[in-house]
Design a protein around this ligand. Structure first.
Ligand code: UDP
Length: 355
């Protein structure tokens, strides 16, 4: 990929192809549409780009490669050919529009953001910037292109929740000045901005709240619980459990998450809608599961719990079931097996983060 590359030229606006799509009643999800994915070279974004291309879409992927990598989308340049256009640019800087503006779009999926706690704690200002300026630019871009805007928010908007499982109507329990606020509040601001534009301008938007997601293309060193545990177990090192491990999470396999995003994109639902897998486990149970599935002899070591670490997290996904007909289909053990095989292969080949 090269900076702001137009080498992978698609027919541009007004050049004929897909012209009619703009002038017929909007088909919500059909072949031969075009999407723009911010954060498209990241973990979830790269899977979303792949699925859109597989479904016959053309995709423009905007990413600054701060936590994503060109390796995540290298194969898409081969598979998608000229239907895949990578644009390396920071979303908060409008320069990406010089390439992206050449095309028409049906949907803008806004995923760009650091998402792993160690990443966003190391990049607090960048995280706030992409979750404010980046969201505004993406919203304006979608509006000008008459495209539906799908925002990927997070279960972190519920903070350390006092309601369990978390329903969309729960307003959350976030520390606005704690270290995690750079992520939580940026996401909450983005939701507020998205809804304000929807109310004020009638902008076509959908908000998804994503719960912990895992699967191939997570960076081995991204610091999240499953990447850490799997890498540690495969290396025979101790698994690092924070706190006493009684805090819970509900891991969702990445292909299920992408299906949920496609369902929201193809609907006229504004949301917010929770997307996640309600199979809730404690972090300690997760550690034992990873040791068992990898067949590792690793032990478990306990470390202090990070500040404001949520104690329980599990999505109520009734709304997604009712409005989108969506529910996850990959159970935790099956997903873990696939993820572990992928990570094993990657580590055996000596591929490190960013490659
Ligand atoms: N965690 C852990 N060991 C690790 C990494 C994370 O025990 O090596 C814990 C972390 O404290 C949290 C949970 O696992 O309670 C999930 O953390 P993660 O960073 O994956 O995402 P979060 O859900 O906190 O955003």
């Amino acid at each position: 990929m090269s900076l702001l590359s137009g080498e992978w030229a698609l027919p541009t606006r007004g050049s004929g192809e897909n012209e009619s799509v703009r002038h017929v009643a909007r088909r919500r999800y059909a072949r031969s549409m075009r999407g723009l994915v911010t954060g498209g070279a990241g973990f979830i974004g790269s899977h979303l780009c792949a699925k859109l291309l597989e479904d016959g879409w053309s995709v423009v992927c905007v990413d600054d490669l701060s936590t994503g990598s060109s390796a995540n989308v290298g194969h898409l340049e081969r598979v998608g050919g000229d239907r895949f256009i990578p644009v390396i640019s920071n979303l908060s800087n409008p320069e990406w529009r010089s390439v992206a503006d050449k095309y028409d779009y049906d949907i803008i999926y806004h995923l760009a953001s650091a998402a792993s706690p160690p990443d966003y704690l190391a990049m607090p200002l960048e995280t706030l910037s992409v979750g404010s300026a980046g969201t505004l630019l993406s919203l304006e871009f979608a509006y000008e292109h008459e495209a539906r805007f799908v925002y990927t928010s997070t279960s972190e908007v519920y903070g350390d929740p006092l309601v369990h499982p978390q329903v969309e109507s729960y307003w959350g329990n976030v520390n606005p000045v704690g270290p995690r606020s750079v992520y939580d509040e940026a996401k909450r601001f983005s939701e507020a901005l998205t809804m304000a534009r929807h109310r004020k301008l009638g902008q076509d938007v959908g908000i998804a709240r994503l719960f912990n997601t895992y699967g191939p293309r997570m960076r081995p060193g991204d610091g999240r619980v499953l990447s850490n545990f799997v890498v540690q177990a495969l290396a025979g090192e101790s698994l690092t459990v924070y706190g006493d491990g009684s805090q819970t999470r509900s891991p969702c396999y990445v292909s299920d998450m992408v299906d949920g995003l496609l369902a929201l994109g193809g609907s006229n639902i504004t949301g917010p809608v929770n997307l996640g897998n309600p199979q809730e486990v404690t972090v300690l149970e997760l550690a034992h599961m990873v040791i068992e599935v990898t067949g590792s002899e690793s032990s478990i070591e306990f470390f202090p719990l990070p500040e404001d670490d949520p104690k329980r997290r599990c999505p109520d996904i009734s709304l997604a079931g009712e409005k989108l007909g969506w529910q996850p289909s990959v159970d935790l053990r099956t997903g873990l097996e696939i993820f572990i095989d992928w990570m094993k292969d990657r580590l055996m080949k000596g591929i490190s983060d960013g490659e």
